[in-house]
Each structure stands twice: as C-alpha cells, then as structure tokens.
Design a protein around this ligand. Structure first.
Ligand SMILES: CC(C)(COP(=O)(O)OP(=O)(O)OC[C@H]1O[C@@H](n2cnc3c(N)ncnc32)[C@H](O)[C@@H]1OP(=O)(O)O)[C@@H](O)C(=O)NCCC(=O)NCCS
Length: 155
C-alpha cells in the first residue's frame, strides 16, 4: 500500500480538525498507558503551534494516522501515529522517506524524535528504519537519523 500524504493547510484544516483531535487523544491514551508514573496534563498546543507542520496519512481516501514535525536545525518529529490496524505493516519506511525528501530539499541534515523508554516497539521500528539512539533520559530517549547515513545505507 502506498501512503497518500495530505499536508494540512489553512484551507483544508477544518476538514481534518476533528479527526486530528481524535488521533491526538488516542496517541495520548497510548502514551499514558506506556508511562509508568506521572504523566503531565495533555495540552492541545501542538496543532495550534505555528511552527508545526501536520501531515495526515491516508489509505486512498481513508485517513489512518498523522505526523507533526517542526523544522529547526533538525527536523523534529513531535507526534507520529498510525491506527492500530496499520501498524506492523512496514509503512514506517514510507514516512521516513517522505521526511528524508523534505530534509534534502531544505538542506536539513538530521531527523530527530523522542520516544518513551517504555515504548519498546516504536524504538525497535525506528532503529529498523536506520535511527540510532543518541541520548537517554530517565523516561525517554532521543533517536536520530542523519540524512547522509540514510542515503549511504540505501545503496
Ligand atoms: C510507532 C509507529 C508509527 C511505528 O510504525 P510500525 O507500523 O510499527 O512500523 P513498521 O511496521 O513499518 O516497522 C518498521 C520496521 O521495524 C521492523 N520491526 C518492527 N517490529 C519489529 C520487531 N519486534 N523485531 C524486528 N523488527 C521489527 C519492521 O520489520 C520494519 O522494518 P522493514 O520496513 O524493514 O520491514 C506505530 O507503531 C504507531 O503508530 N504506534 C503507536 C503510536 C506511537 O507509539 N507513536 C510513536 C511515539 S514516539
């Protein structure tokens, strides 16, 4: 299956707003379940943040997930979510390729993201796509994928 990437803009934002809210809530529940202890109160700030780029994943016309990323010196993925029935199907590498293309166009050297240490399956999936853990904190870790490394790895 090829993911259809739908970039959220001011024009189509209202068509996807409720769906995005539902996805964010589900991701929040998922993370809360993984968290063994205090979990900060969820704020729906990301989707209002002007630095946030939001892309919906669709299977033809059916939305099944989304990504939110911000571009600074690195491309930072702040949220990434697939509906359960779309996990474990090897779709993550299409998302990674999509992000690599953005980085190449904008000359951004690295993709970075944070994951809860308890979210083992996500960490395994990211590392299988070429990410490496670059720092570990008490409850979470940072994984990074240098674009140069991705391009060399593909050959
Ligand atoms: C995190 C998430 C987006 C990853 O997507 P996914 O569907 O699990 O990823 P994929 O199936 O594409 O797996 C990626 C790679 O990891 C490999 N992989 C996954 N689990 C594996 C395991 N247990 N052992 C070995 N390899 C594994 C896959 O084989 C695949 O490699 P391939 O493309 O070469 O075949 C998805 O699981 C998700 O939405 N989870 C819930 C929300 C979440 O946790 N978000 C992340 C917050 S940081």
């Amino acid at each position: 299956m090829n993911i259809k990437f739908v970039v959220l803009t001011d024009k189509n934002y209202h068509d996807y707003k409720d769906l995005l809210y539902k996805f964010e809530l589900t991701l929040y529940d998922h993370q809360k379940a993984l968290y063994k202890g205090y979990f900060p109160e969820f704020q729906f700030n990301t989707i209002k943040d002007k630095h946030a780029n939001i892309v919906i994943f669709q299977d033809k016309d059916k939305p099944f997930g989304y990504i939110i990323y911000k571009i600074f010196n690195k491309l930072w993925v702040t949220e990434l979510y697939f509906n359960e029935d779309y996990r474990g199907k090897g779709l993550l590498k299409q998302v990674v390729k999509y992000l690599v293309n953005i980085c190449t166009k904008k000359k951004i050297p690295t993709i970075a993201l944070g994951a809860l240490n308890t979210n083992k399956s996500a960490i395994i999936s990211y590392t299988a796509c070429g990410f490496v853990i670059t720092s570990v904190n008490v409850d979470s870790c940072v994984l990074e994928l240098p674009i140069e490394f991705y391009n060399r790895r593909k050959q």
